[in-house]
Design a protein. Structure first.
Length: 131
């Protein structure tokens, strides 16, 4: 099957051909990639600064012990069990987020054991992944 023909570079004023999968010629692609990498460094730096403040609780000895003990008592992912699957739990999740309800940090009725894929899906459903 023949490959797709190249496009014209989308950089203003450039009329060079591009590779089939790219929107930029090799010269402008390097510039655009460098610009994107620099922008992402700032985004990651800002995210990580906020994360250290919000995740300090999860690094405490009290939370680690609580989490290990809870997972010993609940070795399977609650979401997977609800869907008929058997998956080992990987972490303990707060049902009502710790950021908004710190008083419920160690409340047994506010936590559940989840595997990582289910934790990521639950976060997306609740809208926590965007924060």
């Amino acid at each position: 099957m023949p490959s797709r023909p190249g496009r014209i570079c989308t950089e203003l004023g450039c009329g060079k051909a591009t590779a089939a999968a790219s929107h930029y010629c090799p010269t402008h692609k390097a510039v655009v990639d460098a610009r994107r990498a620099e922008r992402m460094k700032g985004v990651h730096r800002q995210y990580n600064q906020k994360r250290d403040e919000s995740d300090a609780f999860y690094k405490t000895e009290k939370w680690r012990k609580f989490s290990l003990y809870y997972r010993r008592l609940h070795p399977l992912c609650r979401e997977c069990e609800a869907h008929g699957r058997t998956t080992a739990s990987a972490l303990v999740d707060h049902i009502k987020a710790y950021k908004t309800n710190p008083e419920l940090a160690f409340d047994w009725t506010n936590v559940r054991a989840l595997c990582k894929p289910c934790h990521n899906q639950v976060g997306e459903r609740v809208g926590l992944s965007a924060s």
